[in-house]
Write a protein that binds this ligand. Sequence first.
Ligand code: MLT
Length: 239
Amino acid sequence: MKIKVVNTANQAKDIDFDGHIAVVIDVLRATSVITTALENGANSVIPVETVEEAQSLYAASDPKKTLRGGERHAVKIEGFDLGNSPLEYKPKTVESKDVILTTTNGTQAIQSVKSAAKIVLACLRNAAAVAEILIREDKDVVIVCAGTEGNFSLDDGLCAGYLLHLLKEKAAIETDDYGILLERFYRHSAERLMDSLSDCFHVKRLKVLGFSDDIMFCLQANSSRCVPVEQQGRITRLR
Ligand code: MLT
């Protein structure tokens, strides 16, 4: 299995995904939010790029069955039902609902891999479950680290490294130099995930905004078996 690692959603726009599985990672916080929403019973998550798109899709939906979620600059969008904190996506809030979600980088990254044979969403919480799916499918993979405000984000790199580490334990994989670097970074950090991200721009920003509990939650590796997959504009649970 060949695995390429791409460091931002922007860079993904130049990649040929034909025949590949794309794995999109936005640990803080979009893919952690999506995994949690589906695990807690949401019917689906619909990723859109702009606030306007989210509003017009909502206007055409049944308001009793639909929620609007997302952020700009990590803060809840005015008038939306939910922000981008996974802790908001509780069973009683999301059960049987479709969530229209727009985030600064995560949902853009999902749009940028549309031509892939399959689109899987990963975060630290579901990394082991995602690794099992990739081994079962046995196709070449492109891991897309969504990034933050257009730049590479270390939380995504840590998760990419962890995923590579899990795959390496169970399958014959070949990755690029960036993948080698990130797998080594994960191994170096495995016993102290939080410390390894302490200087990360987005971690520092989320702390200042009062989202420390979100960071703790998103760093709980292998706490979910839920694997979200995107198909024709809608994200549902593969398992
Ligand atoms: C994003 O998609 O840019 C992130 O999920 C931002 C955030 O943590 O709110």
